[in-house]
Design a protein around this ligand. Structure first.
Ligand SMILES: C[S@@+](CC[C@H](N)C(=O)[O-])C[C@H]1O[C@@H](n2cnc3c(N)ncnc32)[C@H](O)[C@@H]1O
Length: 217
């Protein structure tokens, strides 16, 4: 099923699709507890609910929360969708699987925090504004044997994601990669990315990676 995507809500893209593939690789028992953080239109949450899991989804954008609720209802799947900042609404809970497709695009400095639709992609100078919080906070929410699947760009330093998660005692590796042409957001800041030596080629492309991190049993 295609999700309905109102203006201002992130339309599922290559990163969503890469994470859906990684989700299907996970052997999830019926009733497993899944969290989709930064759910957008709810595409990942709905995909997880199709597997018979108990899914909670969170987004900081009310538009996204409303879209995800509508899409879950249309799919006739029970997804518990909460408004809030990252793990705030699920504090005290624990999960077998956490899915995250956070904002991760390196963004020129500004005195304003990301707002509007750009909250889906703008992520500070190094692209790690939300990623670093996920690496810091997600491990404590995972059950023994629990897994974090997080997708982001190679422009936002997957080695740091791996180092953070390994430092927290998780077994972490890159399990999926896909190279795609620059989309409109990266094209609009290509000059700035070149100045920062993040892009060199004449035909700029971006590599997306999925990091899988598992808590030892
Ligand atoms: C790249 S979009 C991904 C949407 C969807 N998961 C997908 O894969 O299609 C990132 C989403 O994270 C949400 N987001 C950004 N910062 C957040 C935060 N601090 N807490 C919760 N959600 C956040 C945005 O509103 C947006 O819906």
């Amino acid at each position: 099923m295609k999700t309905l995507v109102p203006p201002g809500v992130y339309a599922p893209q290559e990163d969503t699709d890469l994470l859906v593939g990684a989700l299907w690789d996970e052997p999830l028992p019926d009733g497993a507890a899944v969290l989709d953080v930064g759910t957008g239109s709810g595409a990942l949450a709905i995909e997880a609910a199709r597997r018979g899991t108990r899914v909670t989804a969170v987004d900081v954008s009310w538009r996204a929360v409303c879209a995800a609720r509508l899409n879950a209802r249309l799919a006739r799947l029970p997804v518990h969708i909460r408004h809030g900042n990252l793990f705030g609404p699920v504090r005290g809970q624990s999960f077998d699987l956490i899915l995250a497709n956070p904002p991760y695009v390196p963004t020129p400095e500004s005195d304003r925090a990301p707002h509007g639709a750009a909250r889906s992609w703008d992520a500070g100078l190094d692209g790690r504004l939300v990623l670093d919080r996920i690496c810091r906070e997600a491990p404590a929410l995972l059950r023994p044997g629990g897994v974090l699947l997080v997708v982001h760009s190679a422009l936002s330093c997957p080695d740091r994601t791996l180092a953070h998660l390994r430092g927290a005692g998780l077994k972490a590796s890159v399990t999926r990669r896909r190279v795609i042409p620059f989309g409109p957001v990266l094209r609009s800041r290509e000059g700035w990315l070149r100045e920062r030596n993040l892009v060199a080629a004449a035909d700029p492309r971006e590599e997306l990676v999925v990091v899988r991190a598992e808590v030892p049993v």
